[in-house]
Design a protein around this ligand. Structure first.
Ligand SMILES: [Zn+2]
Length: 241
């Protein structure tokens, strides 16, 4: 299959997956593509820990301190608009051994196709991550996890691999607590999982990052007792797309 049509097929499969998680009903090829983009790693003893929507000076430093204490490393999907306001925090992420990736420039879902705009915005975000953090990103995750064809193709052109997630803690709600985030994520915390959390409340309920922070020791303890390592996507052995 040609690269472009493969990316389109992957995008269509992922959209389907997002809107209707009954991926078992997908035909085998589309099921495989959706599974790859969802972030199932081949490293059996590894869980990819990922944070979206930062960097945020009000919350990310607390998450970084918690991760240091727990001895865990993660992948941070950054927003260009947030990074532009806190470039030192972007460099700090890398200095502390974390991986930086691209979440877009603004946090918005584009509902009408505009391939040139998609490429322009994604290139701007990717270049900001490279220049301000000092590390070239490898991954792209679209806002709201809705991967449409335009951004999927733009990401591919920029050498970014699109990755969603296989587990989340619903840490963006006003009702979220450390216990609820852990309880929600727990069934999905098995080897090869990719866990979605947020280190900023810029698109979530105000203060919801505190629930994320409180959940981190519970998630780390869960992994420790099952001999699972929490780490970044670059250590996750994702199958080739
Ligand atoms: Zn987001």
């Amino acid at each position: 299959m040609k690269t472009a049509s493969r990316a389109l097929a992957a995008a269509a499969a992922v959209e389907f997956l997002h809107l209707a998680p009954a991926a078992v009903r997908l035909p085998p090829l589309r099921r495989t593509l959706a599974r790859r983009t969802a972030g199932h790693g081949a490293a059996a003893g590894h869980i990819a820990l990922t944070f979206d929507d930062g960097p945020d000076p009000r919350s990310t430093p607390y998450v970084l301190d918690a991760l240091d204490e727990l001895g865990a490393r993660a992948t941070f999907f950054l927003l260009g608009a947030m990074l532009e306001r806190a470039p030192a925090l972007g460099r700090e992420l890398v200095r502390r051994g974390h991986e930086v990736a691209v979440h877009g420039w603004h946090h918005r879902q584009q509902w009408y196709p505009a391939p040139a705009r998609d490429l322009r915005e994604l290139r701007r975000a990717s270049e900001a991550v490279t220049e301000l953090c000092g590390a070239r990103p490898l991954w792209y995750r679209p806002p709201y996890g809705v991967l449409t064809a335009g951004p999927a193709l733009a990401a591919r052109r920029l050498g970014l691999r699109s990755v969603l997630w296989t587990a989340w803690g619903r840490d963006w709600t006003a009702e979220a607590t450390g216990a609820s985030v852990y309880a929600t994520a727990r069934p999905g915390l098995t080897g090869g999982a990719t866990l979605l959390l947020h280190d900023s409340d810029c698109t979530s309920a105000p203060g919801s990052w505190r629930a994320t922070l409180a959940a981190l020791p519970l998630i780390a303890a869960h992994c420790r007792t099952r001999r699972l390592t929490l780490g970044p996507l670059c250590d996750h052995a994702l199958p080739l797309s």
